[in-house]
Design a protein around this ligand. Structure first.
Ligand SMILES: NC(=O)c1ccc[n+]([C@@H]2O[C@H](COP(=O)([O-])OP(=O)(O)OC[C@H]3O[C@@H](n4cnc5c(N)ncnc54)[C@H](OP(=O)(O)O)[C@@H]3O)[C@@H](O)[C@H]2O)c1
Length: 288
């Protein structure tokens, strides 16, 4: 089975994917800035200290691996001019891959970045994500790029604050919420069967929900009482002038509320298997 250098295993969506790749029999090495944090999450898996902005650390970590899996993100507190893992980091990863025999880059992108340019919406973070895809495609390496819808993990790991589930603005378009575990299984299947093909897959779960509908299903099935609370979007936009993090939250909420997501995962379901975890299953499975 192929050896994968996994970057970003400590991330919200890194952990479920790394677990499914291990379950599928891949040999993983985890590259992390904070090795102790990742060793606690994955006690029996080799962890190497490294940083995507340190090309030397990438080159030494990549030796002996055929593939890299990238779970990177734009940090909510960062600015466009800061070093960005999905911009400067990916360029370093491609350069190091060329020197070390890496054959394939697998990368989690997103569906919602396609909201860039719709309804006059412009956001540098989505521009970085669009550029990352183009850089990977031009790299000359084989690639597997995944474009997931919204993850169920966003509900408990980002929006749940104590006994309140924070919603922002008016959710106009449903999204096919997907669980990290289902996505991880699909990634494992894709990478096992990739051969020399380039792969691009939209990733969506089996049921579409607006945020309000998703919040209701979540609250109805979570083991302890939780209440959805709705905040308006406009004050958040104003607060975003003074806070980089609130500026990020405003933009991502605006895009999630408005992006007219269509179902486009037939090919992923046929090739990689259909997701099996419903939002009700997911909420029920959580240990508060
Ligand atoms: N949330 C959703 O519903 C959703 C939907 C579709 C797509 N996505 C995409 O999924 C991706 C991953 O999301 P996530 O929530 O897992 O992100 P995350 O929690 O922010 O994780 C990012 C990971 O990148 C690592 N990292 C950051 N800077 C690094 C550096 N300089 N060198 C090495 N590693 C570095 C972090 O490690 P540290 O522990 O060192 O910080 C962390 O493990 C994002 O690009 C997002 O756009 C999300």
């Amino acid at each position: 089975m192929q050896k994968i250098l996994f970057i970003g295993a400590s991330g919200m969506l890194g952990k479920p994917v790394a677990l499914e790749l291990l379950r599928a029999g891949f040999h993983l090495t985890l590259l992390a800035r904070d090795t102790e944090k990742v060793e606690k999450l994955f006690p029996n898996i080799p962890v190497i200290k490294g940083d995507v902005f340190d090309i030397g650390s990438l080159e030494s970590a990549m030796k002996g691996h055929e593939m890299v899996y990238l779970n990177l993100s734009v940090a909510q507190t960062s600015r466009k001019s800061d070093l960005q893992p999905e911009r400067e980091g990916i360029k370093n990863i491609i350069e190091a891959s060329g020197k070390t025999g890496i054959k394939r880059i697998a990368y989690i992108s997103s569906l919602i970045k396609n909201y860039e340019g719709m309804n006059g919406f412009r956001w540098w973070s989505f521009q970085i994500k669009q550029a990352a895809v183009e850089i990977i495609k031009r790299s000359g390496l084989n690639y597997s790029i995944f474009y997931p819808s919204t993850f169920m993990e966003s509900l408990d790991q980002q929006m749940l604050q104590g006994s309140r589930l924070m919603l922002v603005g008016k959710s106009e378009a449903p999204m096919w919420f997907v669980a990290g575990k289902d996505y991880g299984r699909q990634v494992a299947w894709a990478l096992k069967n990739a051969g020399n093909e380039n792969q691009e897959y939209a990733i969506q779960g089996s049921e579409p929900f607006t945020w309000d509908q998703a919040a209701k299903v979540f609250c109805d099935n979570y083991k302890v009482p939780v209440k959805p609370i709705k905040a308006p979007l406009v004050p958040l936009k104003l607060a975003g002038i003074f806070s980089q993090r609130l500026n990020y939250v405003y933009h991502i909420c605006e895009a999630m509320n408005k992006y007219p997501e269509k179902f486009e995962s037939e090919r992923a379901w046929n090739d990689l298997g259909k997701p099996t975890i419903t939002l009700a299953d997911y909420a029920t499975s959580l240990k508060p």
